[in-house]
Design a protein around this ligand. Structure first.
Ligand SMILES: *Cc1c(COP(=O)(O)O)cnc(C)c1O
Length: 376
């Protein structure tokens, strides 16, 4: 937690449940990434946290933006981003959304199928397009494979087709999976895509851009390697495969930019021993899966949890949200332990919840209001 957030929690005492994000930390993370990978142009993945204060701060830092929907495109424009600094990076878009983005001046679109390419050619003629390749997502806590991306062979055919359709075959992209903790995943993916890049260039396609996606991890319950580790792996692979001819490099970080800039405050609703013969306690918070903690699905993302009793004796817990849905269990198998003194009415803090929380909150399931947000 940043000192600014600690001060805000102590002085403003915002009601739980809520999310508090330190926008200065967002700027620091952006600068750290730029310093680690100076040759990459950063397109912030808006879906990680699309709040206006974050977008405005990043516009001020001359970030570009990766938008997944026409609504996100328009949010970036409203925050002051130039159309040239926005890419429409979802490979699945309504044709009407492509047309609207095109009218707004967006000229960069992702695709991974012939059918989507045809839509872009119709609705955004002459635009720059890049093809997303399916790469391994091993080592990622939140994989994005299967749903997106195509094979190298298919991508080759599609990039040639793009030119025939009057589009500008601009580049290739991949995503190694979110919260990717293995720098080797980037090296392997760059190697895979570099061969296609060279092959297409030799066939006369004017490819200029390689988009390495996002995936850069942050520390939750467990520490992860520093960003320099990933930057070194990436630079090593780029030099090895492209020599002095490295194309324009794009990265699309989401989690790394905003994740550790936010904390969630939650009130303990109940601590119960459902089986008196067991020392397992069930801790029910007023913030759960439907309040925004969607990434606890499969216990994939394991948030560190601070309590007012830290340091005292602790015991095993299962942690759940407040709704009447059986799926609203955060952690049962991940081996969480919380202080024995923890009780209903206490306030706990879930750390590093700046990414992929605020917009995952439901619209009033069980009557609970969407998560309150404070940007400071
Ligand atoms: C979600 C997403 C990102 C951001 O990924 P992080 O792991 O948060 O960095 C980047 N690019 C695309 C295409 C995405 O879908």
């Amino acid at each position: 937690m940043t000192p600014k957030i600690a001060r805000y929690l102590a002085e403003a005492r915002p009601a739980a449940p809520c999310l508090v994000v330190d926008v200065d930390r967002v700027a620091e993370n952006y600068r750290a990434l730029r310093a680690a990978l100076p040759l990459a142009r950063i397109y912030y993945a808006v879906k990680a946290n699309p709040a206006r204060p974050i977008l405005e701060r990043l516009v001020g830092l001359e970030s570009a933006f990766d938008a997944a929907s026409i609504e996100e495109v328009e949010a970036c424009l409203a925050a002051g981003a130039a159309p040239a600094a926005i890419g429409f990076g979802n490979t699945i878009k309504k044709e009407s959304a492509i047309a609207r983005a095109h009218r707004a001046g967006i000229s960069l679109f992702a695709f991974d199928s012939a059918e989507e390419l045809a839509k872009i050619a119709r609705a955004a003629p002459g635009s720059r397009v890049y093809c997303r390749i399916l790469v391994a997502n091993d080592g990622a806590d939140w994989p994005l494979s299967r749903k997106f991306g195509t094979s190298v062979d298919q991508a080759r055919a599609l990039m040639l087709r793009a030119g025939e359709l009057g589009l500008d075959p601009y580049g290739l992209s991949f995503h190694v999976g979110s919260q990717q903790k293995d720098g080797g995943a980037y090296e392997a993916a760059i190697g895979q895509v570099a061969m296609l890049f060279t092959d297409l260039t030799e066939r006369g396609v004017d490819l200029r851009m390689l988009n390495l996606g996002g995936g850069f991890p942050i520390s939750y319950r467990e520490e992860v390697p520093a960003i320099d580790h990933f930057a070194r792996a990436i630079m090593h692979a780029l030099t090895r495969h492209f020599g002095n001819n490295i194309p324009d490099i794009v990265i699309e970080p989401g989690r790394f930019v905003v994740g550790d800039a936010g904390v969630a405050r939650s009130e303990v609703v109940l601590v119960s021993r459902r089986d008196p013969a067991s020392d397992l306690r069930w801790v029910y918070l007023d913030l759960g899966r439907f309040g925004g903690l969607a990434e606890t699905e499969g216990e994939a993302i394991r948030y560190a949890i601070a309590t007012p009793h830290d340091g005292g004796a602790a015991g095993p817990v299962a942690i759940a949200g407040p709704t009447c849905d059986g799926a609203d269990i955060l952690y049962e198998k991940a081996g969480y332990r919380l202080p024995l003194a923890l009780d209903a009415g206490d306030t706990v803090t879930l750390l590093a919840t700046g990414a992929y929380v605020s917009t995952y909150a439901s619209q009033g399931f069980n009557g609970f209001a969407p998560l309150a947000e404070h940007y400071i």
